[in-house]
Design a protein around this ligand. Structure first.
Ligand code: ACM
Length: 659
């Protein structure tokens, strides 16, 4: 089927550059993507090329040369070179594996034409691609199916599901004003209730007996546990910590009708609750796309609503460096920006204009402080030695060995993004970055990356050869280990523990006691590492990467290299596996969802990808396995959609939004 984009677009294009995309099968499981460009201007374009972003491997098709590629950014040039006359057409072609284009969102983004030293906008006016996309069954089209709505049974509405939740038969005729007894560890809980309850809260004059909302410190309880009772005389909460009180407050607000209307009386209930895992995380990638401080502050509130307690903040990557480091202002002056004429090319649809940004130290402190109030710990990540192109382009004289002829290509199509572990300057740089992180982030864990160093990195680096021969290193993993062990020692000197991605634990890389490992490549990876003695956070991409598309429907946004992940699939993830031994179990710290941002450019898309799947991850992280039920969870969703509506969250409903 040929899909005109919109008649308004077509009209707007009458005097511009129009492009039609068509996709047809090619040999060997490949597709040929043809980009037909029509010059509807009155000017002949000479020496022109077409630039676009496509994140997967691709080759030039006939009549086309791929004259430049850096990451997702590709430059296609007509071959042989030819002018594009006024009123004329030209066709460029790309060949890609069929697996890389399965939905509309897999098509190239950020397309513009470059001629005469200028970027000229093009309008995609037609997409003729549907016939080449994989067929999608009616069942998949219908999405996740009907939901049971039990929201009337308020005591069952809490997500994540509490350990014990019993009706106690009483009723509380809740007054419009609740009197509470001020209690220091309950400070944030009280603030939460003031913001989220359809009631007024006022401190009780003096005697605790007069309070209808009582907070009691019980040091015998586990750190994040709470006991919440609604009974005929009022509401009482016991906990040992600020987190416990906050979680009680969160549960209490979920017991009130989500539309904000107070229906009296409240049914009496007794909730005794504590988490299955101490680490319940969410990764947010702010490099591939820059997310504002406001977006992050809102996300923190939503994390607290679902009792998540670690925000893994991916601050640097090939496409942008977001952390100002006082010793190296170039990192953000240069590396925070991409666009035509910048050191970093446009990527992931960001287009020819200057795009990017960084967080000021004041922004970071505000985020850290708000997170702490919400019992959320920031785990900042600076990803080394791979994924370091933004740093390398910012500080080339420091970080590049001029004699290094190593030839490699990363999964993200970079050939120049790996720090060299044999240069003294790499360490000077890394220690300055670590010192900056330690100054800004008070949490115990600092994440140093360690993922996806490509085969061939350092192979033709004279400095690496000398280092390997001096130390007896035989492979890439050993060289990476050399760098990361230095990072670990530097962090330990500052009282911090290093976290890394699972690749860092390979070979002779890092000993089990030296780092917390985030295991992402498959559900078994973390199990093997835990059995081998590492402390692990489980984040298998197949279940917890929320940047992956929900379904194969053509209009569904997201990536799909780890498969598609609908709500039920996400919910059914069980971290413990029969292969996990008893001591391995003790080393599973928890689980973490991820919002990688290659395809998440806005708050709306971020929320669409995160919700409601983040509720499923949160329940797996908090609730005991035998207390989970997909059927029951579905029944609670209606309530939570209303809660999310009240918070203006752009969650995914039962169908994909056209996109
Ligand atoms: C990762 O997804 N590369 C950690």
């Amino acid at each position: 089927m040929t899909v005109p984009e919109s008649s308004a677009d077509s009209a707007a294009n009458a005097a511009g550059l129009a492009i039609s995309l068509s996709l047809i099968p090619h040999a060997d499981e490949q597709l040929c993507l043809t980009l037909r460009i029509r010059n509807l201007t009155a000017t002949t374009l000479s020496d022109w090329n077409l630039q676009l972003d496509f994140p997967s491997a691709a080759q030039a098709g006939s009549g086309t040369e791929m004259s430049h590629r850096a990451g997702s950014h590709i430059t296609l040039t007509p071959s042989p070179d030819a002018d594009l006359g006024a009123g004329a057409e030209a066709e460029l072609r790309m060949l890609v594996d069929a697996a890389f284009i399965q939905r509309y969102h897999d098509l190239p983004q950020g397309i513009f034409l470059y001629a005469g030293g200028e970027a000229l906008s093009v309008d995609v006016v037609e997409r003729n691609i549907d016939a080449a996309l994989p067929p999608v069954s009616a069942e998949e089209q219908a999405s996740e199916g009907p939901r049971r709505d039990d929201s009337a049974i308020a005591t069952e509405a809490i997500v994540p599901r509490p350990l014990h939740c019993e009706s106690n038969g009483s009723r509380f005729h809740c007054p419009r004003v609740l009197l509470y007894d001020p209690s220091e560890p309950a400070e944030e809980a009280i603030r939460w209730l003031q913001l989220n309850l359809p009631l007024q809260l006022q401190p009780a004059a003096d005697s605790a007996g007069a309070a209808t909302l009582q907070f009691q410190v019980d040091e015998s309880m586990d750190d994040e546990a709470y006991h919440l009772r609604i009974h005929s005389a009022g509401i009482s909460v016991a906990a040992a910590s600020r987190a416990g009180f906050l979680y009680a407050a969160v549960s209490l607000t979920q017991l009130f009708p989500p539309d904000g209307e107070l229906k009296l009386p409240l049914p009496g209930v007794d909730i005794r609750d504590k988490p299955r895992f101490g680490y319940r995380g969410l990764l947010l990638d702010c490099s591939r796309h820059f997310h504002s401080k406001q977006t992050i502050l809102k996300l923190l509130e939503l994390m607290a609503l679902y009792k998540l307690n670690h925000l893994h903040w991916h601050l640097t990557d090939d496409e942008g460096w977001r952390l100002p480091v006082s010793a190296y202002p170039q990192l953000t002056a240069v590396g925070a920006w991409r666009g035509l004429g910048e050191a970093l090319e446009p990527q992931f649809g960001s287009g020819p204009e200057r795009y990017g940004g960084c967080y000021s130290h004041a922004d970071i402190r505000e985020i850290v402080n708000r997170a702490a109030q919400l019992s959320i710990t920031l785990v900042p990540e600076v990803d080394v030695p791979g994924h370091s192109r933004a740093a390398i382009k910012s500080l080339p004289e420091l970080l590049v060995e001029s004699a290094d002829r190593s030839d490699y290509c990363t999964a993200q199509q970079y050939t120049d993004n790996v720090l060299n572990p044999a240069l003294r300057e790499t360490y000077t740089f890394m220690y300055a970055v670590i010192d900056q992180l330690c100054e800004l982030f008070p949490g115990a864990l600092i994440h140093m990356g360690g993922d996806e160093v490509p085969a061939g990195a350092w192979r033709d680096s004279p400095a690496c050869r000398r280092l390997a021969s001096r130390e007896g290193y035989r492979d890439c993993a050993a060289l990476q280990g050399h760098l990361l062990r230095a990072a670990q020692a530097h962090l330990a000197g500052r009282g911090r523990q290093m976290a890394v991605w699972e690749e860092a634990a390979a070979g002779e890389g890092l000993s089990p006691e030296s780092a917390v490992v985030h295991a992402w490549t498959d559900p078994g990876a973390g199990i093997r590492l835990a059995n081998a003695g590492y402390q692990v956070v489980l984040c298998p991409a197949q279940y917890t990467y929320l940047d992956q598309a929900w379904s194969r429907c053509p209009q569904e946004p997201g990536a799909s290299w780890a498969g598609t992940t609908d709500l039920e699939h996400c919910y059914r993830y069980e971290p413990f596996h029969e292969a996990l031994n008893e001591s391995g179990r003790q080393r599973v710290m928890g689980i973490q969802a991820a919002l990688w941002s290659e395809r998440i450019a806005s708050r709306e898309t971020l929320e669409y990808m995160a919700f409601p799947r983040l509720l499923a991850v949160a329940e797996t992280a908090w609730s005991q396995a035998n207390n989970k039920s997909w059927h029951h969870f579905q029944g609670r969703l209606g309530t939570h959609e209303k809660l999310l509506d009240r918070r203006d969250v752009n969650y995914r409903g039962t169908k994909p939004k056209p996109g």
